[in-house]
Design a protein around this ligand. Sequence first.
Ligand code: ADP
Ligand code: ADP
Length: 227
Amino acid sequence: MFISIDNLCFCYDPKDRALDGFSMKIEKGEVVSILGPSGSGKSTLLRLFAGLEIPCEGTFKIEDRVIFNDHSFVQPEKRGIGMVFQDYALFPHMTVAENVAFGLKDMKRSEKKARVKEVLEIVELGEFEHRYPHQLSGGQQQRVAIARAIAPNPNLILLDEPFSNLDAELQVKIRKDLRAILKNQGITAVFVTHDENDALAIADRIVKLKDGKIDSVGRPCDLLGAQ
Ligand code: ADP
Ligand code: ADP
């Protein structure tokens, strides 16, 4: 098994568990959607995976490497985990190419250039490398954020409601594009959303979260009905 998460717990307030015994396994290349209403614990889960919060209990492993357990805690930048945020979080003063190159610090210049070109082709933004974020549409900015997250070949990418700022028509298109990118590149991803249509269009498997606990797990067609 590629990723295993066991009995993950987290409290902001000692009397109230934002996450309560979350366990699951994820296969390499699998795209999992975490689906749940506001307040169900989705962002907290991603923040724990990314290393932005310290769990009060639980184990997280990628292959045989312990990312955290009772005794150890790997720092965020050492986890090999990429993130795509709701608001894209692109650097406004950097070009598209510079944004994508940001996570490739340890590469040689020539390799870096080649990798940036390669991932921009994957997200179909090959022509846009010299533009600045404000010169792009919302959907294009989102694809730059995806390119930046996948450029360092992460073990896992985390996506936190990445489509919520896009209009409805664009959401339909970018859902398909994102699924194609993830599956073609064999990227393991955890995608957090409150929108069933996102989960249906993108996930291999859906985990429904309710009050910090897993409510149900299944394939999109089984969990949300045939579409
Ligand atoms: P979601 O992403 O599904 O909306 P969150 O993970 O943001 O859910 O929140 C889970 C629970 O933790 C909610 O009850 C929320 O009010 C609480 N919570 C989230 N962030 C904080 C925080 N910084 N301080 C205190 N409570 C928080
Ligand atoms: P989303 O559901 O879009 O993930 P939220 O609206 O739940 O975001 O939270 C936005 C921000 O507010 C997050 O940084 C979260 O940690 C914080 N937050 C959420 N709930 C609470 C809370 N009850 N008390 C303090 N901070 C909170």
